[in-house]
Design a binder for this molecule. Structure first.
Ligand code: KIV
Ligand code: ZN
Length: 380
């Protein structure tokens, strides 16, 4: 059976770029957008044109040069925002507006000082206005993760009637647990009569470290687009990380879901985003962290050297790395030391290895991590 296609909506250049200190200039954004195109994302959210002339310019330049993915611009449910997004996207081969409004009572009362009825009218009016310029209209129900489920259903039904083609259900505050988010998505699929007229999207934040789990839960329950950023950068604790969802779907073929992402490009784009955005990647970050394919304890190293799958569920080559690494520390065993010394061209007997190993441990206790030059010294 063929796998269901999952659309990848990348928001590194919009939600990711909102992070203080991560701002990029237009040339840098265009460079990343071209890499996202090569990576195979389906939609690039290029910015929020009304927010600044710089952001408008970036959306406009990206629209001129990036051809394969749909180029998307964010707007609030406000006419001037939609006009500005349309202007910025004028050269895009395929364009999408991403418009929306808060859907939870917390947002309706405390952000808009409004009522459910008025917010619903504004949402519908924004989508209807967008149809003047766009065939591809994504509507976001901000803070859907905490919104009343029946009000959310009503809002989704009405905006689809008004012309929305993609419905984004954001867990804006990262509040949901996978089980509750699953239920919310399923409820929408079961209770919105025209839901088959739109693609359902999930946009999760990582405040509780659950963004990837919630995204997968959404996809398992009917969503067919997910929104994410490279390295999981984004507001506060970040957005869902693109590489985690893509590789989780690849590691679990039984889910019957896949993307068109060329996973071998993951490491290079991850490094570029980290460098240009001045945002280091934590060493133990899944998929792209420096330690994601590094084995350091003796038991793991021995098991890994006997059979890779003892300790790895993804091949490093699949994400663009040359190989896994075996770190030599005071926790390493004889198997790892023998392996590294052989790679450096040394030969020795098992008896000799015992003596070398004792000296190696002494050295490793002093220096936390041993490199090849330390091993040359050791062998002298
Ligand atoms: O997190 C969120 O709700 C957003 C919307 C603007 C889609 O980023
Ligand atoms: Zn967001």
């Amino acid at each position: 059976m063929g796998k269901d296609k999952v659309y990848v909506f990348d928001t590194t250049l919009r939600d990711g770029e909102q992070v203080p200190g991560c701002q990029l200039n237009t040339d840098e954004k265009v460079e990343i957008a071209l890499d996202l195109e090569a990576l195979g994302v389906d939609i690039i959210e290029a910015g929020f044109p009304i927010s600044s002339p710089g952001d408008f310019n970036s959306v406009s330049e990206i629209s001129k040069v990036v051809k394969k993915p749909v180029i998307c611009a964010l707007s609030r449910a406000i006419i001037s925002d939609i006009d500005m997004a349309n202007l910025a996207l004028k050269d895009a081969k395929r364009k999408r507006i991403h418009t929306g409004i808060g859907a939870s009572d917390i947002h309706i009362k405390n952000k808009f000082n409004s009522t459910r009825e008025k917010i619903l009218d504004q949402a519908v009016a924004a989508v209807r206005y967008s149809t003047k310029f766009f065939d591809d209209i994504e509507f976001y129900a901000e803070d859907a993760g905490r919104a009343d489920k029946d009000y959310l259903c009503k809002m989704v039904e009405e905006v689809i009637k008004a012309g929305a083609t993609v419905i984004n259900i954001p867990d804006t505050t990262g509040y949901n647990l996978p089980e509750t988010f699953s239920k919310k998505i399923k409820y929408l699929c079961d209770n919105v009569p025209n839901i088959d007229k739109a693609i359902l999207s999930v946009h999760c934040h990582n405040d509780l470290g659950l963004a990837t789990a919630n995204t997968i839960a959404g996809l398992q329950n009917g969503a067919r687009q997910f929104e994410s950023t490279i390295n999981g950068i984004g507001e506060r604790a970040g957005n869902t990380s693109l590489e985690e969802v893509v590789m989780a779907l690849r590691a679990h073929p039984e889910l019957n879901l896949d993307t068109k992402i060329k996973s071998k490009n993951i490491i290079s784009i991850s490094k570029k985003v980290s460098r240009l955005m001045n945002m280091p990647i934590q060493k133990n970050k899944a998929i792209v962290g420096a330690n994601a394919f590094a084995h350091s304890s003796g038991i793991h190293q021995d098991g890994f050297l006997k059979h890779r799958e003892n300790y790895e569920i993804i091949k490093p080559e699949d994400v663009g790395l040359k190989s896994s690494s075996i770190d030599l520390t005071a926790r390493s065993g004889r198997a790892a030391l023998r392996h590294r010394l052989k790679l450096l061209g040394f030969s020795f007997s098992n008896v000799e290895l015992e003596t070398i190993y004792i000296r190696f441990i002494e050295m490793a206790d002093e220096k936390k991590l041993l490199h090849d030059e330390d091993l040359y010294k050791l062998m002298k």
